[in-house]
Design a protein around this ligand. Structure first.
Ligand code: HEC
Ligand code: HEC
Ligand code: HEC
Ligand code: HEC
Ligand code: HEC
Ligand code: HEC
Ligand code: HEC
Length: 386
């Protein structure tokens, strides 16, 4: 464990124990905390500036906007009317004990129906969460309360099954059968990670937002930037004065943990989960990556999320694409002595490094093989390193 992580662990343990408040010797917060206080963070209320909406950004940033529009993050939330999975699957059903679940398409609506023969409920699906790399979960409303449906669509099954995190046992009542009631805070959290503040607004509102992770979910409210860029003064501005947040200038560890980790779950967030989330923590890349020996030096930009991913588009699926990223640090037979190659070569493989060292793992009930970002030598029959 490196120094930076050690400081964070101590701070975390202290906070968990409720023993030491952030005072005394802890009054010097780690660099990350300072950065957090002074910089824009995803999923946090803004400091007064207003949002402009992705269409406004597209006027000047055409190519980025086009690429981003096709990404999973841009489509992380859709109204039922638009959701491709619901349009393509007009009849879905699933049985759990005596309860039968159905999702049926009627025009632009999809209806969620539950029945055990005696009691039943039918409600239109309001929102489809997730583009469906692994699956899609639905949100309905009943008596003014949002519910996460107890069954979800799984892409690999092309069928419904129990929603991740929901109990597999047969429901005990109609209310139990619907799914998880989302309190206001839960709903704010779900929509906060899958949607963006509405144009003209300053903060997230459950009755007015833009579905999907849009430009300003990551760059912060753009009103001032647009005004500045439209004014003639823009030509003489330095890049530090563009009135918009550019994550490129973040410390690499803050980018991975605080920034991407605000939604993908940071090392700290996962450390606070019971049993660190168990095997499902393979979904939490910032945590997994930080546990890897490649992350020994968190100050190294070559191991931040942005080194391997362009946040404006989907992950590349060809393992060979990532070889150059690994070989930026690891030596190879062709270049044994390049000075900045700080890590040893592979005795076994020359290409497609990720295929062997970032294994695909399917946590129970998720019906999807996630890529383990805890880069390592995989030993046969080893238990999942939690
Ligand atoms: C009127 C044109 C215009 C609009 C509208 C616009 N931008 Fe820009 N933006 C620019 C120009 C010009 C630059 C500087 C050149 C560059 O980096 O592309 C820039 C730079 C940026 C940068 C880099 C800033 C830096 O400090 O390095 C980001 C991030 C950005 N824009 C995001 C956005 C977002 C998000 C929106 C929508 C809310 C948006 N822009 C709307 C013209 C515009
Ligand atoms: C505001 C929340 C949020 C932030 C911030 C965020 N993400 Fe995401 N990301 C999501 C959600 C939600 C999904 C799931 C989209 C889906 O499949 O519906 C996702 C999916 C992805 C995917 C998978 C796309 C695919 O190929 O299926 C990648 C890669 C990714 N994010 C990388 C990043 C990186 C890198 C950063 C930081 C630069 C980042 N994300 C920041 C919310 C976020
Ligand atoms: C802290 C941010 C966060 C919260 C809160 C959150 N999500 Fe997500 N969600 C993500 C990210 C990041 C991903 C992409 C990585 C993954 O699949 O785990 C994702 C993925 C998903 C997926 C799979 C998408 C796909 O394409 O396969 C579904 C479905 C989903 N979320 C539904 C929900 C629902 C429903 C809620 C609320 C009950 C919720 N999420 C709350 C961040 C969040
Ligand atoms: C999931 C988070 C995320 C979303 C959504 C997102 N960006 Fe970015 N953006 C980033 C990151 C991270 C960087 C810095 C990339 C790097 O380090 O190379 C960046 C950089 C930029 C830059 C500066 C480019 C440069 O070379 O410095 C511009 C301009 C920009 N984004 C515009 C947009 C626009 C327009 C949208 C919406 C269509 C958008 N971004 C959506 C995360 C995001
Ligand atoms: C050293 C390269 C590397 C780094 C650094 C990296 N990733 Fe990945 N990532 C990959 C590879 C390889 C895949 C698998 C692509 C595939 O096969 O589809 C992947 C896939 C993903 C996916 C898609 C879901 C999955 O499990 O396949 C998400 C989301 C993601 N990465 C997020 C992140 C985030 C967030 C960070 C920063 C904490 C990050 N990645 C850092 C290499 C990297
Ligand atoms: C920022 C530089 C950097 C990048 C990028 C990087 N690594 Fe590493 N990697 C290291 C360092 C440093 C070590 C630890 C060496 C040591 O402990 O002596 C390491 C260790 C390893 C190990 C041995 C781990 C163990 O548990 O024994 C493997 C395997 C590995 N890296 C593979 C990869 C692969 C595959 C990629 C690309 C997907 C990659 N690395 C990207 C720096 C990096
Ligand atoms: C076919 C699977 C496979 C591929 C492809 C592969 N490796 Fe490995 N790698 C292994 C195995 C197995 C070991 C453990 C070998 C041993 O201990 O004898 C290993 C060991 C390592 C180590 C640890 C070396 C040490 O001295 O501790 C590093 C670093 C590494 N690989 C990096 C990489 C990089 C970088 C690539 C891509 C250029 C790569 N590997 C491609 C299977 C692979």
């Amino acid at each position: 464990m490196n120094g930076r992580r050690l400081i964070k662990l101590i701070a975390l343990l202290a906070a968990l124990a409720g023993f030491v408040r952030m005072s005394g010797w802890m009054a010097q917060p780690p660099a990350a905390a300072i950065a957090q206080a002074t910089q824009w963070q995803p999923n946090q209320p803004s400091s007064g500036a207003r949002y402009a909406g992705a269409q406004a950004c597209a006027q000047c940033h055409q190519s980025k906007s086009k690429i981003h529009a096709g990404s999973a993050m841009a489509q992380a939330l859709e109204p039922a009317a638009d959701a491709a999975i619901l349009r393509a699957h007009t009849q879905l059903s699933f049985r759990n004990g005596q309860w039968i679940y159905r999702i049926t398409r009627e025009g632009v609506r999809s209806l969620y129906t539950i029945s055990d023969g005696a009691e039943s409920l039918t409600a239109p699906i309001l929102w489809a969460f997730g583009r469906g790399a692994s699956g899609q979960t639905y949100v309905i409303e009943r008596d003014g309360v949002y519910y996460e449906t107890r069954v979800s669509f799984f892409t690999s099954l092309r069928a419904l099954d129990i929603t991740p995190g929901a109990p597999r046992r047969a429901p005990s009542s109609l209310k139990d059968a619907i799914g998880q009631a989302l309190g206001r805070q839960d709903a704010m959290a779900c929509f906060g990670c899958h949607a963006t503040v509405a144009p003209g607004a300053q903060r997230f509102q459950l009755d007015n937002f833009t579905p999907g992770v849009s430009c300003e979910a990551c760059h912060g409210p753009g009103e001032k930037h647009i005004a500045l860029m439209k004014s003639a003064a823009a030509e003489s501005e330095t890049s530090a004065g563009k009135a918009i947040f550019n994550p490129r200038r973040m410390h690499p560890d803050d980018l991975s943990q605080q920034f991407c980790g605000a939604c993908h779950r940071s090392w700290e967030a996962v450390m606070q989960m019971p049993e660190r989330g168990g095997m499902t923590n393979v979904r939490f890349q910032p945590y997994r990556l930080a546990n890897s020996r490649c992350y020994k030096n968190p100050d190294d930009r070559r191991i931040s999320c942005s080194a391997c991913h362009d946040a404006h588009e989907d992950a590349r699926h060809d393992a060979a694409f990532y070889d150059a990223k690994c070989l930026a640090c690891h030596q190879s037979k062709n270049s044994p002595s390049a000075k900045d190659r700080i890590a040893p070569p592979c005795p076994t493989g020359k290409a497609q490094c990720a295929a062997c060292h970032m294994p695909k793992i399917e946590p129970p009930g998720l019906h999807f093989k996630f890529t383990d970002h805890q880069i390592r030598v995989v030993k046969p029959n080893e238990p999942y390193p939690n």
